[in-house]
Design a protein around this ligand. Structure first.
Ligand code: PRP
Ligand code: ZN
Length: 304
């Protein structure tokens, strides 16, 4: 293996994201919310970073782990399912781990699940013994079958896995399920979850030992801020001092509120950063407990 110091030092960070597909837009939006912007090149495969030296490479999601392993890209946004599958494939042929999950990003949620034809009377995973299971995730499926001590045949397909049972290529499938609509449309039902997946920030096993390390740290700090505020709101209200003991238990998801005295009154003005949903129902409860002038404000940015 080539030691990292032998690679030419780079002074820009290169992030691979999906060119088109489910993760493409949210990945870009998340990076934009971290203050990144790009000049688009005409071929739209490479976007040159303007506000920071952080460039984007638009690729097929399945290529992202390999691009990180080869050092072509420094970071990537990809489904955990893709990352784990390719890590499993590398391990399977005795290669060292070359990438790992740096952060879970909270979008693109789905699960890798086993599904069987609707007509199967499903009792337990042992029913899969001796069956043929079609999948695009052979490493993850094989690992799981091994942990369950089930001997089944893994049929590797690169796409249209759902149709395999009807074509007689397989008895069951192992594929990504999000809404479940694809399974239902193919008269299949999910029976077992192997992995919960979502979009993740992937990076190399080792930290960068040049200026990219500082850029990556900066990006991670901004990402953490962006992820924290995703569901956060600032709640402003006033309340008589005497009702505070009733109000505060209604805000279990809030940071310690800032409390200010309102001039010439026994009333307090409070501001609290809440991390959970501030539904109408919660606001009504707060009002019943004595809060007045409730106001919910969006949070644009946060730096811990
Ligand atoms: C996945 C999976 C199914 C579909 C399931 O494909 O292979 O076809 O999503 O989604 P549903 O439960 O909401 O119907 P994906 O969109 O990731 O495309 P790909 O398999 O071509 O990468
Ligand atoms: Zn894909």
């Amino acid at each position: 293996m080539t030691p990292p110091s032998a690679a030419p030092a780079r002074d820009r960070l290169r992030i691979a994201i999906q060119k088109s597909g489910r993760l493409a837009e949210p990945a870009r939006a998340l990076l934009s919310s971290c203050g990144l912007s790009w000049r688009e090149s005409r071929d739209r495969l490479f976007c040159y970073g303007e506000t920071l030296p952080v460039d984007l490479l638009l690729v097929r999601d399945d290529d992202i782990p390999g691009l990180i392993a080869d050092g072509v890209c420094d970071l990537g946004i990809v489904g955990r399912n893709v990352l784990l599958e390719q890590d499993g494939e590398r391990r399977g042929i005795g290669r060292a781990p070359a990438f790992r999950e740096w952060r879970a990003l909270g979008f693109g949620g789905c699960r890798l699940a086993l599904a069987v034809p609707d007509g199967w009377e499903w009792r337990s995973v042992s029913q899969l013994a001796g069956k043929r299971i079609a999948t695009s995730y052979p490493a993850l499926l094989s690992q799981w079958l091994a942990t369950q001590c089930i001997d089944a045949k893994v049929v590797v397909l690169s796409g249209s896995v759902e149709i395999a049972p009807r074509l007689g290529q397989a008895d069951a499938i192992c594929d990504l399920v999000s809404s479940g609509a694809t399974l239902a449309a193919n008269q299949l039902k999910p029976v077992q979850t192997l992995i919960e997946s979502e979009a993740v920030l992937a990076g190399p096993e080792q930290a960068f030992d040049d200026v990219r390390g500082e850029l990556a740290d900066l990006l991670l700090r901004r990402l953490d801020g962006a992820l924290r505020i995703r569901h956060s709101k600032l709640l402003l209200f006033q309340a008589p001092r005497s009702v505070l003991p009733d109000l505060l238990p209604l805000l279990p998801d809030a940071e310690t509120p800032t409390v200010m005295q309102v001039d010439g009154q026994d009333s307090l003005a409070l501001q609290a950063l809440c991390h959970g949903a501030l539904t109408w129902q919660r606001l009504e409860e707060l009002k019943r407990a004595g809060a007045r002038g409730l106001m919910v404000l969006p949070v644009e940015g946060m730096l811990a």
